[in-house]
Design a protein. Sequence first.
Length: 258
Amino acid sequence: MRSVIVCEGRDDLWFISYYLHKALKWNECDASLWCKSYNLSAKSGQKVFYMTSPDEKHQVAIFSSGGQNRLDRLPKEWLTLNEKNPSSAIDAIIIFRDCDDRSPDDLAHSMNNWFADCTTWLPNHFVLNNNEPVLLRNEIDEVDVSTTILPVIIPFDEAGAIETLLLQAIEDSSDDGKRIAQSSREYIRQFEDAPLSQYLNKQRLRTKAKYSAAVAITNPDHSTGTFMDFMLATPWEQSASIKTHMEKVVQLITGQLQ
């Protein structure tokens, strides 16, 4: 199984790769194991991280686009790669995004236009819905090629981002974790009710701050570090909420979901 998970930034890339390593024991691999015929082209500000399953039956390329405004051109680019290499096509493309303050399904629907120039691939009534796979098919040089598209826009049931899931993981960990997470939300919420002029003046920043406040309590040694340091501060990969959000990603890249 040859898959791509495309995300917005390097924090997302690190989150996904760390989860696959901790939960599935996947490891970094050479690009040639993912595909001998071609590599994914990464431009300035973008990064590709290749991983393989322990038995080397499944590989994934985790692609950081360098920002949400650079995502829309990538699915067409990769479907074009499939057209040029039908015998070694990409089997699945997972689009991993934060919903922030938008509805996950509305954000998924907004991505329909990304495939406007890929009509030969699209089924009738093509619509993207969050966490629901869509199978694309095409016949190229008498080879039947199929690629599954899966939007995964997190969190599924509230506004937020990766940090929202990580804060939920702290809350799920213990009674102390629940108290810490709730207190962190309440602490930052006061700045939503009475905004500061220079600090936490965007919802995205307040989302990050809620998680940062919790880490400052659970692991003060990591509280002034990078996002990677924050993530290492708690065993978040064991959280039921994280597993739920990553379930179909795991199923798809291991060939269990069509």
